[in-house]
Design a protein around this ligand. Structure first.
Ligand code: EZ4
Ligand code: CO
Length: 424
């Protein structure tokens, strides 16, 4: 747009910060002429430097001199203006710019961001934690430890008889990160950090035979009330997904997540025909268009997109408003690869929107929190943003410099039967 030379709100610097305090993060920091800074999360797990290049080589030069207040226009400029729309790298880059601009605007207003999004609708965001175990006794211990920490909803993942390590289950290799029980993390950094992805093995029939028995055991042990969630990590065919949803119905899941791969959402019609188990999807979606037929045909119940991967606060707010028309709720992705900046953004949106559902929460490492200094708080299972102006997150450059980027990947998934690559 035009001449902002005498405006203190024009953007004068745009820095892309890369660090690895426990895992890799990409953060954008914008600064205005008046010295107000804003942060945005641009972390795409396992493909981090692609977003760094996208931002540094193609986006940050366009931001210098723009009015930081023009959030919508900047979003449209980067989305429509790119010609190459959508995709995880593009949308993470746009998300980072958008989030940083909202942070700046809220700081200028002297308000926590949620005030600019309509104000507080609830005390905090109901979270779910991650209980897992190779076998039932470990799983039960993990559930108990989460309940002791205050969690009121819990995701359950377990090992499968005959298979080695299964994604989503905290393994002994990860115990070095946080010990066993509630603090064990299943994600693959840094304990299983390697120059090439870890390879895991998979057998869908073995999984389908086992999973219902796990939920039956958990219901018998913990009773009917505790909200339980489960993630199938895109691994099933439509008919397998339908079968799993049906067989889990007696255990009254809060949701069943990512039953089929993301590319062909129309297959969820088939799943939906067969089961009343609520469905969540979308952690790898990146625009509102990905949800269109799912919303309009009422094929899902929860939206998994995070601020970080769906084009920022501006875009995710629009997705949630569209979802609300169909009584579909938020269920924002919150693994540790969403930085505290991305999580804080989700919490400001989460306390403001009318159709909040649940927020995924896995604690970041101490090292991560020392870099980002988040001010949100976790009480009685609710995560709430603080009342600091903006997002309530900072970036300590000196701390970040102590943790240089290290190439790292998510694992890959191969069939046990013959070693062929499988969805996950
Ligand atoms: O695989 O965060 O629901 N959570 C998940 C995560 C994702 C990773 C991807 O980076 O599915 O474990
Ligand atoms: Co998931």
């Amino acid at each position: 747009m035009t001449d902002f030379d005498d405006m203190g709100t024009r953007i004068v610097s745009a820095e892309v910060l890369v660090s690895s305090p426990g895992r890799n993060f990409v953060t954008l920091r914008l600064r205005t002429a008046d010295g107000v800074t804003g942060l945005g999360d641009a972390t795409v797990n396992g493909r981090e430097l692609a977003v760094v290049s996208y931002l540094q080589d193609h986006v940050t030069p366009l931001l210098i001199g723009r009015d930081a207040h023009a959030i919508e226009d900047t979003w449209q400029y980067l989305y429509r203006g790119a010609y190459w729309r959508r995709g995880p790298i593009t949308m993470a880059a746009i998300a980072a710019v958008d989030t940083a601009l909202w942070d700046i605007k809220a700081k200028m207003a002297g308000m926590p961001l949620y005030q600019l999004l309509g104000g507080r609708s609830r005390r905090g965001c109901l979270t779910y934690g991650h209980a897992s175990g190779a076998e039932l006794p470990e799983l039960f211990d993990s559930i108990r430890a989460h309940l002791d920490q205050g969690y009121r909803a819990i995701r359950i993942q377990t090992g499968v008889p005959g298979l080695g390590s299964v994604y989503g289950v905290a393994s002994s290799a990860n115990a070095v990160v946080g010990g066993s029980g509630a603090s064990a993390r299943y994600d693959h950094e840094p304990a299983r950090r390697a120059a090439v992805p870890v390879e895991e093995e998979w057998d869908t029939r073995a999984y389908l035979r086992h999973a219902p028995s796990v939920f039956e055991a958990v219901r018998n042990e913990f009773g009917p009330e505790l909200p339980l969630l489960h993630d199938a990590h895109h691994r099933l065919t439509p008919i397998q997904a339908a079968k799993l949803g049906k067989e889990l119905e007696p255990y009254d899941l809060f949701w069943l997540e990512d039953v089929t791969p993301a590319e062909n959402t129309a297959v969820l019609r088939r799943v939906r025909e067969h089961t009343t188990t609520p469905l969540a999807i979308g952690e790898v979606f990146n625009t509102i268009w990905d949800y269109r037929e799912l919303f309009e045909e009422q094929l899902i119940d929860y939206v998994r997109s995070p601020v970080t991967h769906a084009g920022g606060i501006t875009a995710l707010r629009r997705i949630f408003d569209y979802a609300a028309v169909y009584q579909i709720k938020s269920g924002v992705h919150g693994p540790t690869d969403i930085s505290p900046v991305g999580l804080a953004a989700a919490l400001h949106l989460g306390v403001a929107i009318p159709n909040f559902g649940i927020q995924e929460y896995m604690k970041h490492t101490e090292d991560t929190d020392q870099v980002f200094r988040p001010t949100y708080s976790f009480t009685d299972g609710l995560l709430a943003p603080s009342d600091e102006p903006g997002l309530g997150v900072d970036h300590d450059d000196a701390e970040a410099d102590r943790h240089p980027y290290t190439r790292a990947y998510l694992p890959v998934n191969r069939l046990k039967l013959d070693g062929s690559m499988h969805d996950w």
